[in-house]
Design a protein around this ligand. Structure first.
Ligand code: FAD
Length: 244
């Protein structure tokens, strides 16, 4: 099989499939999207902690536009031979779209396995289950990028939230433009912000910070960074520090 192979069934993969199908017109061209699950995960919805709202069947988007879905995970990419291996099956391609996304990178600190996250449906479900039925809670959210801000503001409507950010301002990568609005929202929701420090350890009772503070908490949620799919390592090209 040749044609276009797309690795990944998230926004980027599905959008690529739709764009390819649009320009294909009546031409005889196979478009195959390879992703291990039946659903696209709407990751920006995961902070709502309603995991089932975050899934959309891939076939709803792909079938009407004539794009095949191979339910498999790619393990090998050979850009010389124009070939990928997906669950032991080899596919050749004329053009390859790499859209395997990113994953949260966890810190190498004591207790990191106790950290919660909203990176995946499973992560959001685990956090939702932990908070379910708690009569008031205290959450520490580490990282104040998009994801940290979203989960902090979401939870602040239901419990007490402390937002920890290593930089000296919230949303450091978002720039100074939106900051006044973000700060006003955090203040309005009574989110306590701790800047210029980071997480050094987690235990059953809460979080320990670099500045020596101990923050009691029911949950400590890590949103402090991501890594591109490991598959990018198999593409002979320059990568940024996040592996993209
Ligand atoms: C909680 C949260 C809130 C967010 N909020 C926002 C927001 O408000 N605004 C915004 O712009 N962005 C937001 N984002 C970021 C946004 O979700 C991502 O940028 C977007 O999902 C990336 O899409 P993607 O298609 O590149 O990757 P992904 O959505 O990660 O999809 C990757 C796909 O690749 C598949 N895959 C992975 N490995 C393989 C493999 N080996 N073989 C085959 N398939 C593979 C996966 O199964 C998946 O289908 C948020 C993210 C999170 C987690």
């Amino acid at each position: 099989m040749s044609g276009i192979v797309i690795i990944g069934g998230g926004f980027a993969g599905v959008w690529s499939a739709a764009a390819a199908a649009r320009v294909r017109g009546d031409a005889d061209l196979n478009i195959t999207l390879v992703a291990p699950a039946d659903d696209m995960v709407l990751r920006p919805r995961l902070h709502r902690l309603l995991p089932e709202w975050s899934r959309v069947p891939l076939k709803r988007s792909l079938e009407p536009i004539g794009v095949a879905h191979l339910r498999a995970a790619v393990t090998e990419i050979d850009t010389e031979a124009h070939r990928v291996v997906a669950d032991d099956r080899a596919l050749t391609y004329d053009r390859l779209v790499m859209a395997a996304g990113s994953r949260l990178s966890r810190p190498a600190i004591p207790g990191s396995d106790l950290l919660f996250d909203i990176d995946t449906v499973e992560g959001a479900a685990r956090l939702a289950a932990r908070l379910h039925g708690l009569d008031g809670f205290r959450a520490v959210v580490v990282g104040s990028g998009f994801t940290g801000l979203e989960i902090a503001t979401e939870l602040a409507e239901r419990g007490e939230v402390v937002l920890v950010e290593r930089a000296d301002a919230v949303g450091p990568d978002l720039g100074p433009g939106p900051r006044p609005v973000i700060e006003a929202a955090l203040t309005a929701l009574d989110v306590e912000v701790r800047l210029g420090t980071t997480l050094t350890a987690v235990d059953e009772t809460g979080a320990h910070l670099l500045d020596g503070t101990r923050l009691p908490a029911d949950v400590v949620i890590w949103t402090g960074g991501m890594r591109a799919s490991q598959l990018t390592a198999q593409i002979p090209a320059e990568r940024d520090p996040l592996g993209r």
